[in-house]
Structures are given as structure tokens and as C-alpha cells.
Design a protein around this ligand. Structure first.
Ligand SMILES: *Cc1c(COP(=O)(O)O)cnc(C)c1O
Length: 372
């Protein structure tokens, strides 16, 4: 699905030099590389504070801790997401309230969010799934009117631009009170291990986040609140600095591959290519097709047999997962999510796809449909 080897080989001298530099510096935790990366990412995103942490799941967790959410508080998010979003809500004793998604963007439906608001609603987590922003403008309005914190799960859309109706644009993850991201290797800005970060323009929340990720202390060995240990390694920060400089170039390579796929599948009536919304650029963390009239697991097996990876993100919605079984929800509650989870399939998507590979992949996909 991703070709991290070829990507690494193109920047190998720079990466190797940086990694060795950190090892020789012996400043493995919170060294200068972390501070520099933090500053560079703040500048890239146009956000006041970036708080690095250990992974994207932690970013979501410490965000909810920093906002002072308490057991019983409700947090609204979608059923069509990666588990981490719902996991941290449950882990903190908060109540996840699930809503359906928009069938074209796979992202939270602002109207569904509005309908789900109750007296205990404290936060909403729009997930910018597959590389494209949720419809944030109406969502931000609804959240503001109801005094609800917005925590963007931006693990899949770092670098995407949200386009406001007045012509302004802003980087994904910087629109809400907090934005969370992951530097997992396969993400658009991936390191060579685990990593994550929280973004915010709010000084007070930033200060609190910096304390929480560091055992709840500001002054060493004086703990003002219960925190966690969640830090970004200096080695990972050094790698991320190099890759951040190429993030836009990487996004362009992904967009180019997506355009190739789009064009190739134009004439196939049983394949729906990903929608490009008017309010967001798309950085194609995934290239996800909606299939009709086929069993996409058969397509997946066929592609596998041809040496082409394909994945289903995500086959089971959160409200139908064993771990999140909840008497409030049952099969049929989120028809769009359930329909998507039966139809979607994602093709290889990364920065190193060349025309030869794209031609091979698209020809094999189309040949499967011709055989039906
Ligand atoms: C990857 C991902 C996360 C979690 O990130 P990790 O770094 O793997 O913990 C959270 N939400 C979404 C939508 C993701 O894709």
C-alpha cells in the first residue's frame, strides 16, 4: 500500500546524517531537534502551538484531558473511523456519541452532529478521513452556538487546506480548539517509528498540554495534575524535519496518482472514484473507491494474486465492533456508514507510484470488472 523504501532511498544521505547526528548528540529526549521540528511545523501550519507527543492516539487522549472533560461527558464523532478516535473517548470514561457520515466525503455530516447534541455534549471530533477535510464551516458554527469544543482528528489529512466560503484557507487541524495528528510511518507525514502532535492557537490549553504529556509537571518533580508520558523522540523529530520540507511535494505526488486512477476508472460504472469537495483540498492519505455489484473481497483477493495490495478501510463500523458494543446502538442506525463499510476498497497510494505501476494496477482492476 505504501513504498517507504523507495521514498527513503531518495533522501537517504540526509536522513542517515540526521539520525547519526542525534545519536552522537546523546540528546535523545526533548533535544533541540524536537524544538526545531515543533517550530517548523508551527510555521508550516500557521498555528501558534504544536505540542509533540508519542503517537496520534495519545494526541487525542491528551487533548481530551487538557480540555478537562470528565466521565459522563459526551463526545460526538463518527462511526466510520479508525478505532483510535473512539478508543480514547471510552478509555477516559467519556461517552462516545456516534453519528453518520456524508456519503461522498466519508466525513461527519454537520446536520447529524447537530441532531446528536444533548445537555452533556462537551466536544466533537471531526475526522478528516482519507486526506480530505470534513465540512468544517457549518460544524464550527454549530459547535460555537452550543459551546462545544472541536477536536480535529487530523491523522490522515496533514497538509490539506480547508477552503472557507469567503475565500480564506487554513490548514487542516488548525480550525478547531485542538487538532491532533499522527506521524505513524504510513501517514502522509510519517516518521520511522511512532509519533504524534497536538496543534492549538490557545496559549492556556497549550501550556496545559505540555504539562500533561510530561507527567503533569512544569517544574521538574512537582506534579500539578495527573499526566502521562508521551514524548516524541529526537531521532523521529530529526527525520520529520527532513520530510516536512517535502510534504507539499509528497501531496502533489499522491494527487497525481489519484488523478491517474480517476481517469482510468472513468468508464467503469461499478466503480465510484473519490469525490473532491469544494471546501477542501485532498492530500490522498488513501485512494478509496466505492464499488457496486461486486464482492470487493473477491477484488481484493484477485489483486493480491496479481501482487497488488488493496485494503478495506474500514470493514466494520465502530457501533458494530465487539469492544464498543453499546445498547444505544444497533445495526441499521447509521445507514451511510454501514453501506460504505460494505462497498469501499482502497488501492496503493503513496509518493513513489510511477506510471508503469499505475497502469498495471488500473488494468488489473478493470480486468476484474470485465470478468464479472
Ligand atoms: C492513525 C490514526 C490515528 C492514530 O494514530 P497512531 O499514531 O497510530 O496512534 C487516529 N485517528 C486516525 C483517523 C488515524 O488514521
Amino acid at each position: 500500500m505504501v513504498d517507504l523504501k523507495r521514498q527513503y532511498e531518495k533522501i537517504q544521505p540526509e536522513i542517515d546524517e540526521a539520525v547519526i547526528r542525534v545519536i552522537r548528540s546523546t540528546q535523545y529526549i526533548n533535544g533541540p531537534e524536537v524544538k526545531e521540528f515543533q517550530k517548523e511545523l508551527e510555521e508550516y501550519l500557521g498555528v501558534k502551538h504544536v505540542i509533540p507527543c508519542a503517537n496520534g492516539t495519545d494526541a487525542l487522549q491528551v487533548s481530551m484531558m487538557a480540555l478537562g472533560l470528565e466521565p459522563g461527558d459526551e463526545v460526538i464523532t463518527t462511526s466510520f473511523t479508525f478505532v483510535a478516535t473512539v478508543e480514547v473517548i471510552a478509555l477516559l470514561g467519556l461517552t462516545p456519541v456516534l453519528v453518520d457520515v456524508d456519503p461522498d466525503t466519508f466525513n461527519i455530516d454537520p446536520e447529524a452532529f447537530k441532531k446528536a447534541i444533548g445537555p452533556k455534549t462537551k466536544a466533537v471530533v471531526p475526522v478528516h478521513l482519507f486526506g480530505q477535510c470534513a465540512h468544517m464551516e457549518p460544524l464550527l458554527d454549530i459547535a460555537r452556538e452550543n459551546g462545544i469544543f472541536v477536536i480535529e482528528d487530523n491523522a490522515q489529512a496533514i497538509g490539506a487546506d480547508y477552503l472557507f466560503s469567503d475565500g480564506r484557507s487554513q490548514k487542516a487541524g488548525t480550525l478547531g480548539k485542538l487538532g491532533c495528528t499522527s506521524f505513524f510511518p504510513a501517514k502522509n507525514l510519517g516518521c520511522y517509528g511512532d509519533g504524534g502532535a497536538v496543534f492549538t492557537n490557545d496559549d492556556e490549553t497549550a501550556a496545559r498540554l505540555r504539562m500533561i504529556v510530561n507527567h503533569g509537571m512544569e517544574k521538574r518533580y512537582y506534579h500539578d495534575e495527573v499526566g502521562v508520558n508521551s514524548r516524541l523522540d529526537s531521532v523521529q523529530a530529526a527525520i520529520l524535519r527532513i520530510k516536512l520540507r517535502r510534504l507539499d511535494e509528497y501531496a502533489a505526488a499522491r494527487q497525481r496518482a489519484a488523478d491517474y486512477y480517476d481517469k482510468a476508472f472513468e468508464g467503469e460504472p461499478n466503480l465510484q472514484t473519490p469525490e473532491r469537495s469544494s471546501f477542501s483540498t485532498h492530500v490522498f492519505h488513501q485512494y478509496t473507491l466505492k464499488t457496486s455489484k461486486i464482492n470487493r473481497f473477491e477484488l481484493q483477493d484477485f489483486l493480491m494474486s496479481e501482487g497488488i495490495p488493496a485494503m478495506v478501510y474500514y470493514p466494520v463500523p465502530m457501533h458494530m465492533q465487539k469492544a464498543y458494543d453499546d445498547p444505544r446502538y444497533k445495526k441499521g442506525d447509521f445507514p451511510v456508514t454501514e453501506d460504505l463499510s460494505k462497498r469501499v476498497i482502497s488501492l496503493p497510494m503513496h509518493t513513489e507510484l510511477d506510471d508503469e505501476q499505475l497502469r498495471h494496477i488500473t488494468e488489473k482492476v478493470l480486468s476484474f470488472f470485465r470478468k464479472q
